[in-house]
Design a binder for this molecule. Structure first.
Ligand code: 1HN
Length: 358
């Protein structure tokens, strides 16, 4: 110790001083220094898995019990069991399961939290984003970025179900949540169907008359499963892939090659038959959805078995590794994460597990 406390500072005197400080909304940093500056993060979130066998019947039950008049959105929230008093799946991201029943429309609105949909069951559903009516097919990724008008309709005979992903915990932390209902239930379709695909879907060619310099999110609103699956199948036999993630590809903004939205990056990864990855951790937390296949992930030393349509989360700075249990079939995971935020703030860190496995 360089110096000692002042002899005046008896416990009684200090208690009185600290009590006095409270009255002025002041507090001594030196008593909480170790909480304020931890050597490394310990996420408030816990690893957790929501299984499709538990999710599907409850989503259908919500469809029976709750009408569109009772719910702006009929969403079962996937709440992290270790995070209390706020809506969050990981510290910064939210995920939920949304169901739209036959003949229904989830009314038009917009908000500053950015959203994505990964379609699970749909045969004739669509989302309209800023006047562009976008078909929803299983495996499609659909974006409704910050402040875009969106409504969802089901003109088919079966319920449609998708996984929602939003940055709502982050935007709440930043106190930047704004929400506005559209003046009518459903917004008008103002451009030919699936226009964003027509204009930007090739990816390597773009309309030259458009100015891209002010754009903050991908102009492409739909990433069809057909293309995603074809890309994975083409690439998987040709590459080693990532030692931590297998054959992982990022969904990109076709104009920048960067993430689809400023706060959320989306990925799809194939674990080839029998493939198992090495463990690593990174400051970004991640929410995964099993598109196909069976396997498990080891997250913070816990084994989580997963199968088709399950959803699980890996908190930030938590070691994780993945295993495809099948020696015959590939496993495919869709995931979304807050890496763009961390990266832009120079807070993205990644570390390989020193022993490769937990
Ligand atoms: C929302 O607006 C949607 O528009 C889905 O479909 C999920 C979760 C929290 C807050 C707003 C949607 C949401 C949401």
């Amino acid at each position: 110790m360089l110096s000692n406390s002042h002899p005046m500072a008896t416990p009684e005197v200090l208690n009185e001083f600290y009590h006095d400080l409270e009255g002025f909304s002041l507090a001594p940093l030196w008593n909480v220094q170790e909480e304020a500056l931890v050597p490394e993060p310990t996420s408030k979130a816990a690893p957790y898995i929501w299984r499709w066998k538990d999710l599907e019947p409850r989503a259908l039950r919500a469809g029976e019990l709750i009408g569109t008049a009772d719910a702006e959105r009929r969403v079962l929230m996937l709440l992290n069991p270790s995070i209390k008093d706020r809506i969050a799946t990981t510290n910064s991201l939210f995920s939920g399961l949304q169901i739209v029943m036959p003949g229904e429309a989830a009314r038009a609105h917009r908000h500053t939290p950015s959203a994505l949909r990964f379609i699970i069951n749909s045969d004739g559903g669509y989302t309209t984003v800023n006047g562009d009516r976008i078909p929803m097919e299983p495996g499609d990724l659909i974006l409704t970025p910050n402040w875009t008008w969106h409504d969802h309709s089901n003109e088919s005979g079966d319920p449609i179900i998708w996984l929602d992903g939003l940055d709502i915990p982050l935007v709440h932390l930043l106190e930047a949540v704004f929400f506005e209902p559209y003046p009518e239930d459903v917004q008008p379709v103002t451009v030919p169907i699936d226009s964003s695909t027509t204009k930007y879907g090739v990816g390597t060619l773009r309309p030259a008359w458009e100015d891209t310099s002010t754009e903050s999110y991908s102009p492409l609103m739909r990433y069809p499963w057909e293309q995603t699956w074809a890309a994975l199948q083409r690439l998987a036999p040709e590459v080693d892939g990532s030692p931590f993630d297998g054959v992982m590809m990022e969904y990109t903004n076709p104009n920048t090659g960067g993430p689809v939205m400023p706060t959320i990056a989306c990925h799809v990864q194939m674990l080839r038959p029998g493939e198992s990855t090495k463990a690593h951790r990174h400051t970004n937390g991640t929410i995964y959805h099993v598109v196909q296949g069976e396997g498990h992930s080891v997250v913070h030393g816990q084994k989580m078995d997963w199968g088709p349509k399950d959803v699980f989360c890996v908190p930030g700075w938590t070691y994780h590794e993945h295993v495809n249990a099948s020696s015959a079939e590939p496993a495919v995971l869709f995931s979304f994460t807050d890496t763009p935020v961390l990266k832009s703030l120079s807070l993205l860190r990644e570390q390989a597990h020193p022993q490769d496995h937990q």
